[in-house]
Design a protein around this ligand. Structure first.
Ligand SMILES: *Cc1c(COP(=O)(O)O)cnc(C)c1O
Length: 420
């Protein structure tokens, strides 16, 4: 949680200048709360380190695709990294520009390629030979040339959770390093493709720089070979993946991370190429919290449970990756703490938000689940026919509803029953 954006004033958690208790009162719970200032500071850390260095930032939309969040970045001149045409539509609706948008993703459909080409995206990050053929065909049908970069799988261990490690041979992502040169040659031979770059994305929640440097060394070696084959690699996209502090992790600071990578590329003699960064989590993760209210306390022989009104459908990360999120009281209470598992009302044993947490609680208390700005709301579902939470953006003393809480009727509005 960004300490400057989220802090206590007289024992009450505040988001910037607004009390979290008053937000819960006004907008109900569960409630996602984002800080504009925290978003701005994280983006600035990237942008400032890139300034004057032929490097650009493409915000990974999938980490948090709320229009207000994307708009904060768009206003600061960000580019975007998308993985679907739905995300492209969000970028445009939020004031972003297609020509500053990179289209990633392992399974783009022909319809998505068409939408991307018609909108004029900056580059397609392609992950296989069949996808190259498909993109070539779509571009041909539109009388265009598609700008292409190949996502190369450098086969490095990002030392993160297996579900969010993407740069190993065993992952579904990217073109195998050993096939990359030949795949580039195939792309070059297609009339409606224009090879412009190379990319990789080795995983997420990475807390060390060394896997990036290992990946870069492999990519740069390949760049030399590809250029010897007559193609020009104008940009190197290093992907996203920089980790944040959820608990006691100590990832490199954003500015140090950017500078180290750019210096490394420069030292290897590739300083003239444009470098793209595709951060998601490190921009939005600690800019958001999820507020929830304690419904019931359920003491037990082995465990005490605090049953709260947020659940795995609101924040999937604990159930999905056993991810840790700090959980803090919205109003600090002077009472003896007990150990609780903080769980939701969904009918699954996997529906927990935090285990073995020391908290002083009574029913009705508000809790903040920290570091919930990335892969939080975007992964939420309607499981158990639970309407999705509202989202709020705080900006100084003001709080604005940036997504309405869903109504139950909306959830089955597109459904129908048989006529007889
Ligand atoms: C998910 C993703 C990102 C962002 O990853 P973070 O870990 O959130 O920084 C960047 N690029 C690609 C291709 C992705 O799939």
């Amino acid at each position: 949680m960004s300490d400057s954006a989220f802090h206590y004033v007289d024992g009450v958690l505040h988001a910037e200048g607004v009390s979290a208790a008053s937000l819960a009162e006004q907008f109900g719970t569960p409630l996602y709360v984002y800080s504009r200032d925290a978003l701005t500071q994280a983006y600035r850390a990237y942008a400032d380190a890139c300034a004057g260095r032929n490097a650009t930032v493409h915000v990974a939309v999938k980490a948090n695709s709320n229009l207000a969040v994307l708009n904060v970045f768009a206003r600061m001149g960000a580019g975007f990294d998308i993985v679907s045409s739905g995300e492209l539509a969000r970028v445009i609706a939020a004031g972003g520009r297609a020509e500053h948008t990179v289209f990633s993703g392992v399974g783009k459909s022909a319809a998505e390629m068409r939408e991307g080409l018609e909108a004029g995206v900056k580059c397609f990050n392609v992950e296989s030979i069949p996808e190259l053929h498909a993109l070539n065909e779509v571009a041909k049908s539109l009388g265009k040339k598609a700008p292409v970069s190949l996502r190369v799988n450098p086969d490095v261990d990002a030392k993160t959770h297996p579900y969010i490690s993407t740069g190993l041979k065993s992952n579904k992502f990217g073109v195998a390093f050993s096939d990359a040169r030949a795949t580039y040659a195939q792309a070059q031979a297609m009339d409606h493709l224009d090879v412009v770059g190379i990319d990789c994305h080795i995983g997420s929640q990475i807390t060390e720089i060394s896997p990036y440097l290992d990946a870069l060394d492999k990519l740069l070696e390949l760049v030399g070979q590809i250029e010897a084959d007559g193609m020009r690699i104008r940009h190197i996209d290093v992907g996203g993946g920089l980790g944040i502090t959820y608990d006691d992790e100590t990832p490199p600071a954003i500015g140090d991370f950017v500078t180290t990578l750019l210096d490394h590329i420069g030292k290897r003699g590739h300083g003239a190429r444009e470098v793209y960064f595709e951060p998601g989590r490190s921009l939005v993760g600690n800019a958001g919290v999820l507020l929830t209210r304690v419904e019931y306390l359920k003491p037990g022989e082995e465990k005490n449970f605090a049953i709260v009104d947020a659940a795995m459908n609101d924040l999937a990360r604990p159930a999905m990756y056993e991810a840790f999120h700090r959980i803090v009281p919205v109003v600090k209470r002077d009472a003896a703490a007990q150990t609780y598992d903080v769980v939701g009302p969904v009918c699954e044993s996997g529906d927990w938000l935090g285990r073995d947490r020391e908290l002083a609680l009574v029913p009705g208390d508000l809790l903040a689940i920290c570091s919930a700005g990335a892969y939080g709301f975007v992964m939420s579902s309607n499981y158990n026919t639970r309407p999705r939470a509202a989202e709020i953006m705080v900006d100084g003393e003001r709080a604005r509803l940036v997504r309405e809480r869903e109504e139950v009727e909306q959830l089955f509005a597109g459904e129908s029953i048989l006529p007889d």
